[in-house]
Design a protein. Structure first.
Length: 130
């Protein structure tokens, strides 16, 4: 079965050994996606972080032929339950009608202390990659 990978240019991809997203057959998995802008900055607003993570993750999905409607599972990681409502609302803006299986987990911390949110997603994409 063909395996296709996309990179986001993260400096961690080579050193840790991962891809932003991988497609094998109809399955696309997008790695944990952090809210980092190309210049390395991070907006402190939780909703802005969720939007940035979705932009990156859905961009990787699109590179592998997918659309938001193809998403079947998301995993959201937050560093405090206090941000759940804000980031959940952003998730709902994108997935409110699609309604994938989803989990939100409060974690002790993420790789960078500026991050309050991180996102992973999986999709089933029937058509061949574009």
């Amino acid at each position: 079965m063909q395996r296709t990978q996309v990179s986001s240019g993260s400096p961690y991809e080579q050193s840790i050994g991962f891809s932003r997203a991988v497609r094998v057959g109809d399955l696309v998995s997008v790695s944990g996606t952090a809210p980092v802008w190309p210049d390395g900055t991070v907006d402190p607003d939780p909703a802005a972080q969720a939007r940035r993570c979705l932009e990156i993750a859905l961009g990787a999905l699109a590179e592998l032929g997918g659309r938001p409607e193809d998403v079947v599972r998301t995993r959201q990681y937050v560093v405090s339950a206090d941000v759940a409502e804000a980031v959940g609302a952003v998730h709902g803006e994108v997935f409110g009608d699609i309604r994938p299986a989803s989990t939100m987990v409060v974690v002790a911390g993420l790789l960078d202390p500026r991050w309050v949110y991180e996102l992973e997603l999986d999709a089933v994409v029937a058509a061949a990659p574009r």
